[in-house]
Design a protein around this ligand. Sequence first.
Ligand code: CU
Length: 471
Amino acid sequence: MAAAAAELVEPEVRTSRDGLLDTTLTCRVEPVPVAGRTATVSVYEGSFPWPTLRVRPGDTLRVNLLNQLDDLPTGLPQSSPFLCHVVTGPGHSASDHVSSCDTNLHVHGLHVSPSDNSDNIFLTVRAGESFQYEYRIPAAHPAGLYWYHPHQHGTVTNQVFGGMAGPIIIEGDIDNLPGVAGVPERLLVLQATQLSPDGNVIDITTDARSQQKSYLRLVNGQLNPTMTIRPGETQRWRILNATANVTYLLHLDGHQLHQIAKDGNTLNETWTRDAINLAPGERVEVLVQAGSAGTYTFRTLPIATGFTTQADATLASLVVDGDAMTPQPLPTALLPVEDLSTAVIDEHRRFTFQFGTPINPPETRFWINSKQFDGERDDAVVRLNTTEEWVIRNASSSWHPFHIHINDYQVVAVNGQPVPVRYHEDTTGLPPFGEITMRTRFRDFPGRWVFHCHILLHEDHGMMGTVRALA
Ligand SMILES: [Cu+2]
């Protein structure tokens, strides 16, 4: 195990007041402290990590997004992914002139309008310009961990790999449950990037040297930070996978992970686990109850993701120290979860995620139902207040994390085998040559949004489809 570094640092928190959080997120490429050194990365608000936005159901979240990604520091190498260039490829016409320095904002997991200046990923915030987003969070919105990141098609991979991502916490009902209320919280944002010796982020879309085994496995921008806890103490860890392409198999040596939430949704009851698979975009919340004094590694276990097998890696160190506390009872029942497995189904659809040929980026094509992304095309036209069942098949040898915007869903079967209802979610790994069956209800918001693979290189290369919801 590598020597433990400093105590885990949590990002700056911006909290709503009187029903409003009105904030600015400036996007820039600049040298900042990362992993104990200085690195030139793409960041929100000049820091790595980035501000946490903390709001409540019923609040309005206003974000003034300032795109200064074209105001580059001097001395960037010609291989830098941050140099501005015209984006070509699937979903782009020659007249688009989208630049790799253009961006926009997605609030991942939020059930808000997809239109106008809300969670509308079809609009572009050009380099040098700004845009005022406004998200009206419904009064009945589930409480939990969400996140924000760029979603400008064709430019997402390097912007997120370079660091652009931040957490959103919605406070609410889960926080008041017995066994959860008053428990000290930690926020762990998992990111992975790769730096050249001179501190520049490599371009993972073109650089063959990019190997997941060389990635810096960061927690809140730190390498192997220390977290302290007293023997017998319970802590609540909110964990976000904000990487571009890394799947984790989370494990805490000597302890179990008592899962209470997934993708911003509270479980119906606590699920005690030895290890938790966390694909890009997914979030979990777990309770950790410390055992006897000592130092324990929080790690990702070896995991085969098809394309690569990722080795065991240390993420952080848990130091159990100090006066012992009497362990408090862990919660059992949490919040009721609507079970869609018995719902009346209005429509069935099938989507197949697959590689085209050849299989060698950047020529590789990534398809859904043999089509690359086209933002002008409607791939699923749905009606509000109906319930659909989608079978989503993975016709390749690599995992693809499925993600859909605006409305969560319930996975009712994996590879045809029914799974018990535990939670609703917005991101799920599709096993190689396997499939999930999910059920979803389209609520509240007409308009257009997308579903896609959350391995961002796959998304940028066309593994994305559109939904149009009619009132
Ligand atoms: Cu994929």
